[in-house]
Design a protein around this ligand. Structure first.
Ligand SMILES: [Cu+2]
Length: 123
């Protein structure tokens, strides 16, 4: 019991990456885990925000989205605010057409910059 507790303390990276407040999408690489949730949800023609958690906390995160099939991005540039402890909030996203969109997350950590992509479909 005591040994297990010590091992957990010695390996914080192995602890679960969590974002309270509801279900979240999960993206993972060898070095980072990203959780994100669209608030109030994805739709066409309305602004939404992303709640983002990155574990371990990086130096910086950028968020963008584009439609790979049409080769265009959003008409708005989202802003991203750090909330501390690897938590971020991106505001001002808007999908102006239905179809397949791809979120792009750029995570700048100690080992360099990593890019994550995640496809979503909006009707
Ligand atoms: Cu399009």
């Amino acid at each position: 019991m005591r040994l297990a507790a010590l091992l957990a303390l010695a390996a914080p990276a192995a602890l679960a990456c969590e974002m309270p407040g509801g279900p979240a999408e999960k993206l993972q690489s060898a070095t980072h885990t990203i959780l994100y949730r669209a608030e109030p949800g994805l739709g066409v023609g309305r602004h939404f925000a992303l709640a983002v958690a990155v574990c371990p906390p990086p130096k910086d995160v950028r968020v963008d989205a584009w439609m790979p099939d049409h080769r265009h991005g959003m008409n708005y540039r989202p802003s991203i605010a750090p909330l501390g402890d690897g938590r971020y909030r991106a505001d001002g996203l808007l999908f102006h057409m239905p179809g397949r969109w791809e979120f792009l997350f750029e995570v700048r950590g100690a080992g360099g910059t990593e890019r994550f992509e995640h496809s979503v479909r909006v009707e």
